[in-house]
Design a protein around this ligand. Structure first.
Ligand SMILES: [Zn+2]
Length: 258
């Protein structure tokens, strides 16, 4: 059986039988994979610690084609992200990212750009002292991840009449965003259009920036607080509609009471 080696982020871990665990990984080289770690719960070990969700590791596993549960051989911690695991706010928001990737990414779907983005965002959250930027990071990741998964929002032209947005569309609530159709609605088409949220054009500009910016420059961008809350709601609704089911981690991460 061939041995595969790659770096990976642990997305999820569930117990299996008396002593084993099934782990889901987002790997750089092979996309999302699942593996079984035999006997890992019998003794407290570095091997066990390396398989906790939100740990960045170097993973070696036995791989065979047409097998969807691999046998994990060894894993070494590259970055434990302890400052995330020790802070409940950071932890629940980061687990939301794991849940989003785990629910949406298909097995063996390789996406190195999204892998890098995920890793960089975890690094920023880990060292971040200001918790308020974290929601913005989640919005940026969600937008890019959904775009890479085939749900890119249409931001340049109106989804109804296909006209480019005009100067008159700028400013407060002159345009809309259609969550289900995933795109912007111009001032002319806004009246009578159903299922559209009225938004400020600043949100569309921010979304465009979010899709292309270098995430390491997060400190250089900002959005007025009111717009940030509106953007956040649009993105969460967008995730809900486009991934087909509600994520369990969603309410916890954003303090929504059901
Ligand atoms: Zn239009």
């Amino acid at each position: 059986m061939p041995l595969n080696t790659t770096d990976a982020i642990v997305l999820k871990s569930i117990n299996l039988g008396e002593a084993d665990k099934i782990i889901t990984f987002f790997t750089r080289r092979y996309g999302k994979i699942q593996g079984v770690a035999k006997g890992v719960r019998r003794i407290k070990s570095r091997f066990g610690a390396s398989l906790e969700p939100l740990t960045y590791i170097n993973l070696i596993y036995f791989g065979k084609e047409n097998v969807n549960l691999y046998k994990i051989n060894t894993s070494d911690i590259l970055e434990p992200f302890n400052k995330i695991k020790e802070d409940f706010d950071k932890l629940k928001k980061s687990l939301f990212l794991c849940d989003l990737v785990n629910s949406t990414l298909r097995e063996l779907d390789v996406n190195i750009k999204i892998f890098e983005l995920f890793l960089n965002i975890l690094k920023i959250i880990n060292r971040s002292k200001e918790i308020e930027k974290i929601d913005m990071l989640l919005d940026i990741f969600s937008l890019r991840f959904l775009s890479a998964s085939g749900f890119a929002p249409k931001l340049n032209n109106c989804i109804h009449c296909n006209s480019p947005l005009l100067k008159g569309d700028k400013g407060d609530y002159a345009i809309g965003f259609h969550i289900l159709k995933g795109g912007v609605v111009c001032r002319e088409c806004l009246n009578g259009s159903e299922d559209v949220v009225r938004i400020n054009s600043g949100i569309i500009n921010f979304m465009k920036k979010a899709l292309t910016m270098n995430i390491l420059n997060i400190d250089r961008i900002s959005l007025p607080h009111k717009m940030e809350i509106e953007l956040h709601k649009i993105i969460l609704d967008y995730i809900n509609i486009h991934i087909d089911r509600k994520l369990k981690s969603y309410d916890l991460a954003f303090g929504i009471r059901s």
